[in-house]
Design a protein around this ligand. Structure first.
Ligand code: SF4
Length: 227
């Protein structure tokens, strides 16, 4: 069961959920209500669990901590879908507690260079890298996700830099290259938010395949060098 938490401090140029940016909105629910909802629909799930997504779920870190504690008590598998931007010194303690209680993280790396990351998202890259390092150190499983935006995030140097980030990590179960699409354009127009990627083409399957090959080649070259 996926729970979408309201609020995000990032402003990714390709975000397809700009309606989740504001902290207000959505429906207020407490932990009990979410767990009851999960239990009520339990017959639907084969290997079920709860995924907290957003927006950026860790913006509501105290709530996420409560959820993580409760899921552990009740034996419910918890996944957190995050971009890692809230992993800052000021709230590192609570983040680390959450990481200790959560078996799986889906972590978005929006771009592997600081300047491009800031341009694309409005926030720095470092917190994401720090969070990945902590998840790795604590031995929790990660899936890394990377959105392929033609002419924006698909250059050879970026893919090689992404491979360099991934190469030393041992707890990554999966890397997903997601194709950029323009399906959210109508939402932007309805919300009156300027769309920064106007005219940028969607990523085709062939393009995703070529980025994947580039990545696999870069990763194996780095790992051979390390070995
Ligand atoms: S982190 Fe996710 S929800 Fe937030 S702006 Fe980026 S794509 Fe949108």
């Amino acid at each position: 069961m996926v729970v979408f938490l309201q609020g995000c401090s990032m402003r990714c140029a390709y975000c397809h959920n700009p309606d989740t940016w504001a902290m207000q909105g959505g429906r207020a629910m407490d932990v009990d209500e979410i767990i009851q909802c999960y239990r009520r629909n339990a017959f639907y799930y084969r290997d079920g669990g709860i995924t907290l997504s957003g927006g950026e779920p860790l913006l509501q870190d105290r709530f996420v901590l409560q959820m993580a504690k409760r899921c552990q008590q009740e034996g419910i598998h918890l996944t957190i879908d995050t971009c890692g931007t809230t992993y800052r010194e000021i709230n590192q303690r609570i983040m680390d507690q959450i990481i200790d209680l959560t078996p799986l993280f889906l972590v978005d790396i929006k771009y592997p260079f600081e300047s491009g990351y800031l341009r694309l998202t409005g926030q720095p890259l470092k917190p994401t890298l720090d969070m990945i390092e902590t998840i790795e150190r604590k031995g929790k499983t990660m899936w890394i996700r990377y959105v392929v935006v033609p002419t924006i995030t698909d250059d050879d140097a970026a893919i090689a830099a992404l491979a360099k980030i991934i190469a030393p990590l041992h707890h990554i179960e999966k890397i997903e290259f997601l194709p950029y699409h323009t399906m959210a354009l109508t939402k932007y127009h309805q919300l009156g938010i300027p769309y920064r990627l106007e005219g940028v083409p969607q990523a085709t399957h062939e393009h995703i395949d070529s980025v994947k090959s580039l990545f696999v080649h870069a990763l194996s070259t780095i790992r051979q060098g390390q070995g």
